[in-house]
Design a protein around this ligand. Structure first.
Ligand code: ZN
Length: 61
């Protein structure tokens, strides 16, 4: 079984107290996390944002 990646919003640089976590394969995860970051947190969809998100992905335990 392929390990899933987890994006934990509590670890993202953000001024909101967001506790959302999203899990899945990286290629499934990225569009969802980018969508969340842009719509909920008002971030711009930039290569820098995607890089920041990718850095904060952890392996599901
Ligand atoms: Zn969030």
């Amino acid at each position: 079984m392929e390990k899933r990646k987890v994006a934990d919003c509590r670890k993202m640089p953000s001024d909101s107290n967001c506790s959302v976590t999203i899990a899945g394969r990286e290629e499934e995860l990225m569009p969802l996390v980018v969508h969340h970051a842009t719509t909920v947190h008002g971030h711009k969809d930039t290569p820098e944002l995607r890089e920041e998100i990718r850095k904060n992905l952890t392996d599901e335990s």
